[in-house]
Design a protein. Structure first.
Length: 142
């Protein structure tokens, strides 16, 4: 079982990429230096904008989420887990977490990348304000 979503967003001069436990993409079109987990702004959807089919696949304890971040020739793949505890109801934000903490903004837990571990070239492209394509693939066995 598999479902896919695509999100388009862009960087901002305040993308720092140094948060040690999460990274975030938001529909908001502004950013301050305090938002050091945010890597993309002006996204075309938040958690609540994801399709019902995608949510159905991701919201299980055996689900795997593969996130592909692509920005100006730099691509990174992030592996995370889904969970039956995900609500995916936040209107503007999507957050990937290293931990198992879940709230309405959480899209993936136990992520193998956080803002601080993303490639520096990707962060530099985003700090230059370039566009990023976020491809989400949720998978479950059977």
């Amino acid at each position: 079982m598999e479902a896919q979503e695509t999100i388009v967003c862009r960087g901002h001069p305040f993308v720092l990429g140094n948060h040690p436990t999460t990274f975030e993409v938001t529909c908001e079109n502004h950013l301050t230096k305090n938002g050091n987990c945010i890597i993309g702004i002006a996204a075309d959807k938040g958690c609540c904008g994801l399709s019902a089919e995608f949510k159905r696949v991701l919201c299980h304890d055996d689900a795997v989420l593969v996130t592909r971040l692509a920005c100006d020739g730099i691509t990174v793949e992030v592996k995370s887990r889904g969970s039956s505890g995900l609500t995916l109801h936040h209107p503007t934000d999507l957050v990937w977490r290293r931990s198992t903490f879940i709230c309405g903004r959480t899209i993936g837990i136990l992520s193998d990348h956080v803002a601080a571990t993303l490639p520096k070239a990707l962060v530099a492209n985003l700090a230059a304000g370039k566009d990023m394509i976020v491809t989400l693939t949720a998978m479950r066995p059977g």
